[in-house]
Design a binder for this molecule. Structure first.
Ligand SMILES: Cc1cc2nc3c(=O)[nH]c(=O)nc-3n(C[C@H](O)[C@H](O)[C@H](O)COP(=O)(O)O)c2cc1C
Length: 165
């Protein structure tokens, strides 16, 4: 797919077909994450690939009952590892994990899949559900599946550029 098409065409998808995502596509997504840039090359991400129905149901509940999380065939839980990041550089961890999430979404779109970055959830509940160690902070859920909707792009701002000449 053309790069510009990937950038403009990716949408947040919240309805998925009842169809499995092939393992080779899941593997491509997690392999692409490897190429995400990170501060000091920290690569401080840990990703849990959740296909289990009961766990997905619990994750959706932890995400303020955003039910589409449960109905996605696969949910990537993207965590940041505090131990791989200096204490006064936590902003790097947040930036790096944000890029991981976008990487997942762009790769998914390129593979014909839909995705949505989900940031509204109780991190404590997600840690409990996945029995995460204390050093891992769950920062995003990214449900992925074959899209069952084709939403219009939400309105974009164009007034954010400030040329300084
Ligand atoms: C950090 C972050 C958190 C988000 N959290 C949620 C969420 O909890 N639930 C949801 O439905 N969408 C969530 N979104 C998706 C945004 O609503 C969406 O990206 C935005 O409306 C633009 O639409 P588009 O992705 O189709 O371009 C989140 C996006 C980002 C980047």
């Amino acid at each position: 797919m053309e790069f510009q098409q990937v950038i403009e065409g990716r949408r947040s998808i919240r309805k998925f077909e009842d169809k499995e995502v092939e393992d080779n596509k899941i593997k491509r997504i997690v392999e692409n994450v490897m190429w995400t840039p990170s501060a000091h090359n920290n690569q401080e991400w840990e990703i849990f690939v959740v296909k289990d129905d009961e766990i997905k149901r619990k994750l959706a509940k932890a995400a303020l009952h955003q039910d589409f999380v449960e109905h996605a065939p696969v949910v990537f839980v993207v965590c940041g590892d505090k131990n791989r990041c200096r204490e006064n550089e936590m902003h790097y961890l947040f930036m790096d994990i944000g890029m991981v999430c976008y990487n997942i979404c762009l790769t998914a779109y390129d593979l014909g899949l839909g995705s949505c970055i989900v940031g509204a959830f109780y991190p404590g509940e997600v840690s409990e559900i996945l029995d995460l160690p204390e050093n891992l902070i769950p920062l995003s859920l990214v449900p992925v599946g074959y899209p069952a909707e084709d939403p219009k792009p939400p309105r974009r701002r164009t007034d954010y550029v400030h040329w300084i000449k």
